[in-house]
Design a protein around this ligand. Structure first.
Ligand code: ZN
Length: 466
């Protein structure tokens, strides 16, 4: 990729953390961070962006390998039309994925995410070993491939190696394809150190820690890992899936005599570093506890709808002061705009009212959704600053002023229209850490990546596994 680092970017209309501003120059340092935001003063600039400029959206929950499955699981399976049936289909396909495949799949996915307006991705990564459960020569082989894909595509990566070593609350060992996921806590900590020492050497990459879910590790190991995270990885976000499925809630009640979120809040001192993915099924007391803890909830509306998870209790959570971000999870939707639209629409259908996410004195639903997802998503990705502000990464997206969906609209109405009334990406320019990676909607590596991805699809034949 040609060096496209920009030092001074003139934005004619830009959404800063305190609202819209006109004719601002974003100054970018050598490390890709914003060093200043100043009114245009006639000094030369590297780029002029005419359309409304927004912060790039963090994608706080991605399983890159599931990109090959997107759209293929819409088949009726008598008695199996639920999450667990879908998971079996997903396992069949991911059994065949090699390191080369993963790099090609993730590169294609990350380019698609960039083109739709995501500029960073938290990769919840548990596909550690070969399909027999044997370790590759380096325990971090698959992690390295994800880092390479992010580097190729130019997306900021928060790599979340996942601890996953039991098949249920009863502690049964992992079997079949799940052996790919398995590390003891000791092996996992070794993996984390290898990633930290050898892979995350740029300012665009970060490390986070994760356990797959309460059913996938013992209570003892979760306690140990959480203590280690606190002591040795104070900057790293800590993620887990929780309360996505009612069956999981029932299993947790049987094993721990508490609901998943209730148990987690009782056993652990949740705080701003924690990110609870889904948290769909909560009581009023659980909602209050999570909101109060300042943990982020990671919402993946398209995947949650696709899998029939249930509807997140957003109004009560926001009333309690809760924070959320969004993720692409199973990759049925690469667009942050579509995720935010579905998030709001699900709530409208349930509440039978409009503008559910907005709180006085806010007026525009698009801005309310967007700003909240930027704030929560940035923290869940381990970023110290959010939005377009000094100290944050220079991650900018420009809405296309030529797109008819946005024409003749104020910036607020353009943001609303992108989220609620466009059928296209509407993104003209994407800049990550000061580097322009999407120009006129196109990514430099698009053709090469797509060719490789088509080859992977032929080799894996995911449709043939369904
Ligand atoms: Zn997930």
């Amino acid at each position: 990729m040609a060096d496209s680092t920009l030092k001074r970017i003139h934005c004619k209309v830009i959404r800063l953390n305190n609202g819209w501003a006109a004719d601002q120059v974003v100054e970018v340092g050598a490390n890709g961070l914003i060093t200043g935001i100043k009114a245009v003063n006639g000094a030369p600039v590297d780029r002029i962006l005419e359309g409304p400029v927004l912060a790039g959206m963090p994608n706080l929950h991605s399983h890159a390998h599931q990109r090959v499955l997107a759209g293929l699981t819409e088949v009726h399976m008598p008695g199996q039309d639920h999450f667990w049936g879908w998971r079996e289909l997903m396992y069949r396909v991911n059994a065949r994925i090699t390191p080369d495949h993963l790099e090609a799949i993730a590169t294609q996915l990350y380019i698609e995410l960039l083109q739709q307006g995501y500029t960073s991705v938290a990769e919840f990564h548990y596909l550690h070993h070969d399909s027999g459960g044997h370790h590759y020569e380096s325990i971090a082989e698959m992690s390295q491939r994800l880092c390479a894909a992010a580097q190729n595509a130019g997306i900021n990566l928060t790599l979340l190696p996942v601890l996953y070593n039991q098949g249920g609350f009863d502690g049964q060992p992992l079997e079949g394809i799940q052996r790919r996921f398995c590390n003891t806590l000791e092996q996992y900590l070794h993996l984390v150190e290898v990633i930290k020492e050898t892979l995350l050497d740029t300012s665009s990459n970060r490390l986070g820690l994760a356990v797959h879910s309460l059913r996938a590790v013992s209570a003892k190991e979760l306690r140990e890992l959480s203590a280690i995270a606190e002591k040795y990885y104070p900057q790293a976000p800590f993620h887990l899936h929780v309360a996505e499925q009612t069956a999981e809630v029932e299993q947790c009640l049987a094993a721990y005599h508490a609901r998943p979120v209730e148990w987690l809040c009782g056993e652990h001192d949740l705080g701003p570093r924690w990110c609870l993915i889904h948290a769909t099924h909560m009581t009023a007391a659980e909602i209050r506890a999570v909101a109060h803890s300042q943990a982020i909830v990671g919402l993946c509306p398209a995947t949650e709808a696709n899998l029939g998870d249930g509807l997140f209790p957003l109004p009560a959570f926001l009333n309690g002061g809760g924070s959320f971000g969004i993720g692409s999870d199973s990759q049925v939707c690469a667009s942050p705009a579509r995720e935010l639209q579905l998030l709001e629409y699900g709530q409208r259908l349930a509440e039978r009212r409009r503008a559910v996410v907005v709180d006085e004195p806010e007026r525009h639903v698009g801005a309310a959704l967007f700003d909240r997802a930027i704030r929560g998503g940035s923290r869940a990705c381990g970023q110290q600053c959010h939005g377009i502000s000094v100290g944050a990464a220079a991650d900018l997206i420009e809405l296309d002023p030529q797109n008819l969906a946005l024409a003749s609209r104020s910036p607020d109405h353009a943001l609303d229209s992108w989220i609620f009334a466009s059928t296209q990406s509407c993104i003209r320019t994407v800049i990550t850490s000061g580097r322009q990676v999407v120009t006129d909607g196109r990514h430099d590596l698009q053709e090469v990546a797509t060719d490789r991805f088509r080859g992977v699809l032929q080799e894996l034949d995911p449709a043939g596994q369904i």
